[in-house]
Design a protein around this ligand. Structure first.
Ligand SMILES: C[S@@+](CC[C@H](N)C(=O)[O-])C[C@H]1O[C@@H](n2cnc3c(N)ncnc32)[C@H](O)[C@@H]1O
Length: 393
């Protein structure tokens, strides 16, 4: 397998893909076309849906840059993810042609309803000769369809991606993805930095990583970071970086934020222990950029003593829901009477909105400084009515 590309090359490609034609042209002045093509191929294999063809085929993907023609072969067969192969590894059924800068824009640029790609496809003649006609023709068609589906930033919704990448965020215990779709829509085309606490699979050496793959696909221009107490570095990939650490250790979180932040989105899907959720929020919320979101999943543990929750939510505020209830006062803090002598906390100054769903909360970061209702407005109803009525009886 090709070595993972230098992250600065990936970032440069993403930046150029979002810019003008001149930015794209400059990309091939700064980097070798072959290096850019490697990044594109890595991205395409990660976006391809699960193959459906029973007969294995190779799809030849030719990326042209000026006079250069860079050919890669992708092996497509049911039961395995799409991966690169050598030309001699199988049956080359179809050639797909792209121009490099168009493919860069298609994969990493803001989504366009209509692709301007210069794609052409060529079915190799022997696929349709009498010996192979039937199974090979069908496999060529299905395999090509799979590869073409990976060559686009077309937007499957998160419920579909959750099923494809096997994350339990939809369809079993949780029903979160429609909410995520709604709240993440505006960030989808941006080169966002997303940190998710909890990669998944706990101590199992292979399980987990599904949500990182899902976010990578969804945020097609983003960088995805996954924090877990267990080493999950085998899930590292282009645009995906895992970090080992404890979400209940503020120093560890500060160091992560220093190195990889600020983040546009932080998602807490870690231990779900109430103390940990609170620690992570206080440590990481300051490192969410203004206009960003902090998300907390699986709020049911607020009622589970085994996770530091309390069956009677009115008795103990030291839970995830206790935190959210306090944040309601944060949003409203400018309306507290001056006599209360309240000193605004960081959350007071920066939580500007909240959306609470069953077991899922979105907290919006911004500047909460609109100012309270002015002091000259009467604070009791009778006086307000009298003043507003101009003295009329
Ligand atoms: C529910 S799973 C995450 C699932 C994943 N986000 C998904 O949607 O596919 C929770 C993960 O949190 C990790 N975890 C548990 N305690 C942690 C801690 N104190 N700090 C960081 N991660 C922790 C576990 O190892 C586990 O892999």
């Amino acid at each position: 397998m090709a070595e993972k590309a230098d992250i600065s090359l990936v970032q440069d490609i993403i930046r150029a893909a979002g810019g003008h034609a001149a930015d794209l042209a400059g990309l091939t002045d700064r980097h070798a076309a072959a290096d850019i093509a490697e990044v594109l191929i890595d991205e395409i294999t990660s976006r391809c849906p699960a193959p459906v063809n029973d007969v294995p085929v190779l799809v030849e993907l030719v990326i042209s840059a000026g006079d250069e023609r860079l050919a890669h072969h992708l092996e497509v067969v049911k039961g395995s993810p799409v991966r690169t192969a050598a030309k001699d590894d199988g049956f080359v059924a179809m050639r797909v042609d792209y121009e490099l800068t168009e493919l860069v824009r298609e994969l990493f640029g803001p989504y366009r309803e209509r692709s301007a790609g210069t794609r052409g496809t060529t079915l190799f003649p022997y696929v349709t000769d009498s010996e192979h006609l039937g199974s090979h023709f069908l496999a060529a068609q299905q395999g090509t369809e799979t590869v073409l589906a990976g060559c686009t930033s077309r937007k499957p919704d998160l419920s579909e991606l959750a099923s494809r990448y096997l994350t339990p965020k939809w369809g079993s215990l949780h029903w979160f993805t429609p909410h995520y779709d709604r709240h993440f829509r505006d960030y989808r085309d941006e080169p966002v930095r997303v940190l998710e606490i909890g990669v998944g699979g706990y101590k199992h050496p292979e399980w987990g990583g599904g949500s990182l793959r899902m976010w990578k696909h969804f945020f097609h221009r983003g960088e995805i970071f996954g924090l877990d107490i267990v080493d999950k570095s085998h899930f590292d990939a282009q645009r995906v970086k895992t970090i080992q650490g404890d979400q209940n250790d503020p120093d560890c979180l500060a160091a992560i934020a220093e190195e990889y932040g600020p983040f546009d989105i932080v998602i807490d899907d870690g231990s779900h222990i109430n103390e940990h959720i609170r620690t992570s929020f206080h440590a990481l919320f300051p490192h969410v950029r203004p206009g960003g979101l902090y998300v907390i999943e699986d709020l049911w543990t607020a009622y589970w003593p085994g996770f530091g929750g309390n069956e009677n939510p009115k008795q103990d505020g030291a839970t995830s829901l206790g935190l959210l209830k306090d944040l309601v006062d944060s949003v409203q803090h400018q309306e507290l009477p001056a006599t209360a002598g309240h000193r605004p906390s960081y959350a007071d100054q920066h939580v500007v909105g909240m959306h609470l769903y069953h077991n899922l909360a979105f907290i919006e970061k911004g500047t909460n400084a609109e100012g309270g209702i002015p002091p000259w407005i009467p604070r009791d109803f009778e006086t307000l009515v009298a003043v507003s009525s101009g003295g009329a009886a």
